[in-house]
Ligand binder design. Structure first.
Ligand SMILES: Nc1nc2c(ncn2[C@@H]2O[C@H](COP(=O)(O)OP(=O)(O)OP(=O)(O)O)[C@@H](O)[C@H]2O)c(=O)[nH]1
Ligand SMILES: [Zn+2]
Length: 331
């Protein structure tokens, strides 16, 4: 099996603009059919389009040469031409990749400047973590939040195994940032979580053993079969995909990321994270140029903002600073 993950096809040269979403539009093809990429397997994509009777049809497609090196990831909205019937042994071409509303990105490690896009256009990043067994990996959680903020996704903590311990310490840890959290256990109702997932596209990330598979199988009862289907593309090879899109029975989609166990954040700056917090970003307009917004930046305007307000401000600033410091992006 090829150990290369599909994300490797989607390298993006870092630019001065850091992690801002990039324009990917190509000259329009009038006859092109719009669709969404639901699976990627080494250059071969599965694109879901609306069939003639309105029902969804999955079409196998390749990237048109004219797109150059521009990669395609799960969640991308694209336009395809050629044989878009979806019949066996047909192949369409992706000619347009629409601008991405959000993008979950990672680098191989914190020093590698090469970004890899994991998933496009998801609204929510659901960070699945157990309250115990294994103990929460706090550094990983912080990284997930940073990746969400930098990519334009709203983070949601799903705290599993609450039958074994209280979620309170984790809730307290992220209270200052107002991160939404849903407690979860095998026996608990899915209602509160489904309320947030229904009708949206969400990405699930989590480290090994936290109960993510257990959760996905409850959310999408035929998830295992659906995941098996993905391996049909790419000439029947077992897929090495790092993102698997699953339909929620009640509407909406969840994208599981079985291959993602870490998130390098070399592409993220404190400024990218700051931009996700309206109140902090507004206060920071008074910062000197190049301010890193940490406690070590003596003229950081965020200190005055916190001092001039209710205690909740200081807590929020402390949480923000802990987050950017924890991932080592203090400049
Ligand atoms: N007590 C308790 N155990 C759970 C719960 N959810 C899952 N587990 C157990 O935790 C272990 C790991 O669960 P998985 O669903 O396989 O975890 P995962 O995150 O998919 O881990 P990988 O398979 O390594 O990717 C299994 O033994 C589950 O039975 C829960 O809510 N409470
Ligand atoms: Zn500052």
């Amino acid at each position: 099996m090829d150990s290369r993950s599909d994300e490797d096809d989607v390298r993006v040269r870092p630019t001065r603009h850091g992690s801002r979403p990039r324009t990917r539009t190509r000259p329009a093809h009038d006859d092109a059919v719009p669709g969404m990429v639901i699976a990627v397997d080494r250059g071969r994509m599965q694109v879901r389009v609306e069939g003639p009777d309105g029902a969804p049809v999955d079409v196998t497609a390749m990237r048109a040469r004219e797109l150059g090196k521009h990669g395609v990831v799960v969640g991308d909205r694209v336009r395809i031409v050629g044989d878009t019937s979806g019949r066996t042994d047909t192949l369409a071409r992706i000619v347009v990749i629409e601008d991405r509303a959000t993008s979950l990105r990672r680098t191989a490690d914190d020093t590698d400047p090469t970004e890899r896009i994991v998933v496009a256009n998801a609204e929510l990043l659901v960070v699945v973590t157990s309250v115990t067994d294994p103990e929460p990996a706090l550094g990983f959680l912080d990284r997930c939040l940073v990746a969400a903020y930098a990519g334009g996704l709203a983070p949601l903590l799903c705290l599993t195994k609450t039958d074994l311990a209280s979620p309170q310490p984790l809730l307290d840890r992220y209270a200052g940032l107002e991160v939404e959290a849903v407690p979860m256990s095998r026996e608990a109702s899915l209602a509160e979580l489904l309320e947030r997932l229904t009708g949206r596209m969400s990405v699930l990330v989590g480290q090994s053993g936290v109960g993510k598979s257990t959760l996905v199988n409850r959310l999408v009862p035929d998830a295992f079969r659906a995941t098996g289907d993905v391996s049909k593309i790419g000439k029947g090879r077992h897929t090495s995909s790092s993102a698997v899109l699953l339909d929620l029975p009640g509407g909406g989609t969840v994208i599981d990321t079985p291959g993602i166990r870490s998130l390098g954040l070399a592409h993220v700056t404190a400024q990218d994270v700051l931009a996700a917090f309206d109140d902090l970003a507004e206060a920071a307009v008074d910062c000197p140029p190049g301010c890193g917004h940490t406690a070590e930046d003596p003229e950081c305007a965020l200190d005055a903002w916190a001092a001039d307000g209710p205690p909740a401000r200081a807590e929020r600033l402390g949480s923000f600073r802990r987050l950017i410091t924890a991932v080592g992006h203090v400049t």
